[in-house]
Design a protein around this ligand. Structure first.
Ligand code: DOR
Ligand code: ZN
Length: 345
């Protein structure tokens, strides 16, 4: 039995830090594990310009603990009125690593998102020309579509058209939750990839709905039925460079999740790497872990791999029931469970 695993330091290719006190409280969890993270722009107000992203990046850097190296990679929140010139300038200056498409009202803080994907086709054309990565929250918002079908329907109604119309655009289908998404991404060229969260590898929709509503297992896209979780696991451990780590860690206070209208989002940052490693161990795929966690993402984003390494060692880690952060409580993913690995000092 392997008792320790050394890999290049991983990166988180999909993450929510928020801002202010919450951001300052959660940044250290990510910086402890990851060298870089793609930071989502769905703040209030959203990060829609180069100037806003540059200022947000400074606030994040100020929250990185002394002695820790961590680089936030910024994203531009696309709207119906995105200024393509500003986006291109921000990318050229190294402020933006990607732009994020939220269909309007698909998820947390997405009200200012895109109301009709075709409206931003001129921006996508420019992104393709400038080689700026497009990150997509792939769910339709049409009221006639069942919430469990919204990802698969997004592929049919929008994603196929985006990929066909912009064949050289690099696209990340974020936090995929279905076998349909795995099949679609697998069938595309190397310019289309996907991130997979720890929660969608660990839980299916029963974890949210059986034995009473479990709000801390609610995120968007929602976890689907077991066959989809199995397909996601197969994709993650496949060794395909199209699939890589993106936690979608999204802190919400306990009182906001345990409410009559609970927020979507799972706070996976505290033990993200240990959580993923548990999956790879269960699948007898420890040899593929470094690719998923540390190599496929940089290759897709055309960034250097990290030169530092981390060592994971077998040890029982008790995940707390809750964490006191920014003056309230946040329940982490795996709360109250024991995980079998930790990052060696
Ligand atoms: O569960 C989610 N939470 N999904 C998202 O797409 C957004 C995120 C958040 O910002 O809370
Ligand atoms: Zn997200």
């Amino acid at each position: 039995m392997t008792d320790s695993l050394t890999i290049r330091r991983p990166d988180d290719w999909h993450l929510h830090f928020r801002d202010g006190d919450v951001m300052r409280a959660v940044v250290p969890y990510t910086a402890r594990q990851f060298a870089r993270a793609i930071v989502m722009p769905n703040l209030t107000p959203p990060i829609t310009t180069t100037a806003m992203a540059a200022a947000y990046r400074e606030r994040i850097l100020a929250a990185v603990p002394q002695g820790v190296t961590f680089t936030p990679l910024m994203t531009c929140y696309l709207t119906d009125t995105t200024d393509a010139d500003d986006l291109a300038r921000g990318a050229a200056e190294g402020v933006f690593t990607a732009a994020k498409l939220y269909p309007a009202n698909a998820t947390t803080n997405s009200a200012a998102g895109v109301t009709d994907v075709r409206r931003i086709y001129p921006v996508l054309e420019r992104m393709e020309a400038e080689d700026i990565v497009l990150c997509i929250h792939g769910e339709v918002t049409d009221h006639d579509v069942d919430v469990f079908d919204r990802e698969a329907e997004f592929i049919e109604r929008h994603l196929k058209d985006i990929v066909a119309n912009f064949p050289r655009l690099r696209v990340v289908f974020e936090h995929i939750t279905t076998a349909d998404a795995v099949a679609f991404v697998t069938g595309c060229g190397p310019n289309v990839a996907a991130t997979i969260t720890p929660q969608h590898l660990h839980i299916n929709r029963n974890a949210m709905l059986v034995g009473g509503i479990q709000p801390h297992n609610y995120c968007l896209p929602v976890a689907k039925r077991e066959a989809h979780r199995v397909a996601l696991r197969a994709a993650a451990i496949s060794g395909s460079p199209k699939f890589f780590l993106g936690t979608d860690s999204a802190p919400h206070f306990r009182h906001d999740k345990e409410s009559a209208c609970g927020c979507a989002g799972i706070f996976g940052a505290p033990h993200a790497i240990e959580s993923y490693l548990k999956v790879f161990e269960e699948e007898n795929a420890l040899g593929r872990f470094e690719g998923f966690a540390s190599l496929h993402g940089p290759a897709f984003y055309r960034l250097p791999v990290n030169e530092e390494t981390i060592t994971l060692e077998r040890a029982a880690i008790e995940v707390p029931e809750e964490l006191a952060l920014a003056g309230a409580q946040i329940v982490p993913f795996h709360a109250g469970q024991t995980l079998g690995w930790r990052i060696a000092a």
